[in-house]
Design a protein around this ligand. Structure first.
Ligand code: DC
Length: 217
């Protein structure tokens, strides 16, 4: 299947550990589109601020680091884990940091089309994307998956603490004044609580096919 048309962008938003990344990667591979995990941009900015021994809530420093971000920063091996999670969420609440990262994301999507996942792709970055998915799951299920993922990477964690951290990050991402996490009015929600990765993919591809059908793109 291939998409033709002016803006071949698939926007995937949703809270942490809902299955966005797995789904986005598979959609991109199936449709032959590039994939951008936009959370990595915020993670890398947060890391750069931490490298300076500074507080990721420092708006002036975080903006400077966002402007200085390079492709190499996205390849760092320390962009995951609780410290990086919180630094990312903190810098993501700073309007000037978000503004500094908009152009990169739009350029990426406009070049050849793309699947992008994040929190504000369908609401802010590509409000005209032909396909918008909001991928979510219950907080208990997301905490269970994140805990398993940490174990898989050899990191021991307390399940209750993992759930508490997910709740904190949800609150921070959803309650910030700029580009808060929320579904675009025209997004299709996929609740993956009771779905495995294959079922989530099947649900998503149906939406994509229907959109291509109805818009002729
Ligand atoms: O998707 P993720 O967990 O890797 O994202 C890390 C943090 O970055 C998350 O707490 C919210 C923020 N983020 C954002 O505000 N906007 C995006 N488009 C992507 C991520």
């Amino acid at each position: 299947m291939s998409q033709a048309g002016p803006l071949r962008v698939i926007a995937i938003d949703g809270p942490a550990a809902a299955g966005k990344g797995t789904l986005a990667r598979r959609l991109a591979a199936t449709l032959g589109l590039p994939y951008l995990d936009t959370g990595l941009l915020y993670r890398a900015v947060g890391r750069r601020v931490l490298d300076r021994g500074a507080d990721p809530r420092d708006a002036v420093l975080a903006e400077a680091e966002a402007k200085a971000l390079s492709a190499r920063d996205l390849e760092r091996g320390d962009l995951r884990g609780p410290e990086a999670d919180f630094a990312a969420s903190a810098v993501a609440a700073i309007p000037a940091v978000r503004a500094a990262l908009v152009a990169f994301q739009r350029r990426f999507g406009e070049e050849r089309g793309a699947v992008l996942d994040g929190r504000d792709i369908g609401t802010v970055i590509f409000p005209d994307a032909p396909v918008k998915l909001f991928v979510t799951a219950s907080v208990t299920e997301r905490a269970r998956r994140r805990h398993l993922e940490l174990l898989g990477r050899g990191i021991q964690a307390d399940p209750a603490q993992v759930e508490a951290e997910i709740r904190d990050r949800d609150a921070q991402d959803a309650n910030r004044p700029v580009a808060p996490l929320k579904p675009a009015p025209d997004a299709v929600t996929i609740d993956t609580t009771a779905l495995d990765a294959e079922q989530a993919f099947q649900a998503a591809i149906k939406v994509v096919e229907l959109t291509l059908y109805t818009t002729g793109r």
